[in-house]
Design a protein around this ligand. Structure first.
Ligand code: NAP
Length: 331
């Protein structure tokens, strides 16, 4: 009974806070809202993807879902790689019924678990002949500042947002090369811009900072893209990183309550996930960007990444550290 009263009081309080924040935040965020609306990029192309295969990680919701939907509309064979087979199957069902594309399928892969990534690639290599587009989209926010570790001992935000995709891409590289011209698209964030990467602490072993880990993982996406582009030069594989914009998706659901309330009070002004997917689709399909392999995009345009994001030495060191942490070379 007392518990129930407390829950109701919390609910009422949360509504009051929501409205106060909405009233306070609206004028404060107005310039941001206008900026988002004015700069939202569009990619208009009739490119057909018949005969092409694409993998989109984290495609059961948000930006990944709309990316997969677009590829399906262009007749690609699309594999939705998600940690919950049930949620991915439901998304694949919807996409199939919207597009009449029976080549849209859901496969299980928890990108934060390296053995799951390896099992996914093993199946892929057995069942699929080619890979034209790999969109490394799955991601989680910082959520809590509790240094959660996966069962394999990896810090969870880094495991999901960087290590898993690093391993996945490397294990699929032969297939990408065989299918060239092919592309790797890494969904980063402008949150990378303020991040500082301590190369001696890539797996948060020395120190963990829950407020900074998301930005660091997104900086790793940018650095990984640079180094991948350098290593795949002249192979026909190209790589791009991007900021999708500020998009209303479930990624904010793990933010601390007050921040969540603040964000959600202005949610209707954010990009839709369809608008958020535009830059991923642009990086996967635009005709003229191959010479820009390694670059960072936003709103379907080339953008400057942070100074740390351009640091070639740091990118090389991150590659080596990631090889060790994911045991890429050992198995
Ligand atoms: N929304 C924004 O404003 C924004 C801004 C900048 C960058 N981004 C980036 O955009 C990407 C997509 O995020 P979103 O905004 O579309 O959020 P979202 O709707 O929460 O989508 C995230 C997707 O990743 C999946 N995922 C999470 N952990 C996974 C794991 N361990 N293995 C496999 N899949 C996993 C989720 O699946 P479940 O359903 O199983 O959780 C979901 O499908 C992320 O990389 C994010 O960092 C978003």
């Amino acid at each position: 009974m007392a518990h129930c009263c407390l829950e109701n009081t919390c609910l009422v309080l949360s509504h009051i806070i929501h409205w106060i924040l909405a009233i306070v935040c609206f004028p404060l965020t107005l310039p941001l809202i206008i900026w988002v609306k004015v700069t939202t990029g569009k990619f208009e192309s009739k490119k057909d993807l018949s005969g092409k295969t694409a993998i989109v990680t984290g495609a059961n919701s948000g930006i990944g879902y709309d990316t997969a939907l677009d590829f399906a509309r262009r007749n690609a064979h699309v594999i939705l790689a998600g940690r919950s087979l049930e949620r991915s199957e439901a998304a694949a069902d919807t996409i199939r019924s919207l597009t009449n594309n029976s080549g849209v399928v859901a496969w299980q892969m928890d990108v934060s678990i390296m053995s799951s990534v390896r099992a996914f690639v093993e199946r892929f290599n057995q069942e699929e002949d080619r890979l034209d587009i790999l969109v490394n989209n799955a991601g989680i926010g910082s959520g809590s500042a509790d240094n959660t570790r996966t069962e394999e001992g990896l810090e969870k935000v880094m495991a999901t947002n960087h290590f898993g995709h690093f391993l996945l891409t490397n294990l699929l590289l032969d297939k990408l090369k065989k299918s060239a011209p092919s592309r790797v698209v890494n969904v980063s964030s402008m949150a990378h811009e303020r991040a500082v990467l301590d190369i001696e602490n890539v797996n948060s072993e020395k120190k963990f900072d829950g407020m900074k880990i998301y930005g660091i993982s997104k900086l790793c996406n940018v650095l990984f893209t640079h180094e991948l582009a350098r290593r795949t030069k002249d192979s026909g594989v190209t790589a791009y990183s991007l900021h999708p914009g500020v998009v209303r998706t479930s990624i904010f659901n793990t933010a601390p309550c007050a921040i969540q309330q603040c964000i959600k009070s202005t949610f209707c002004w954010f990009k839709s996930s369809e608008q958020g997917a535009a830059t991923s689709i642009y990086c996967a399909l635009a005709d003229d960007i191959e010479p820009l392999s390694g670059s960072y995009f936003s709103d379907c345009k080339l953008r400057a990444e942070s100074a740390a994001g351009k640091n070639e030495e740091l990118a090389k060191k991150l590659w080596t550290a990631s090889e060790d942490i994911t045991t890429l070379k050992n198995v």
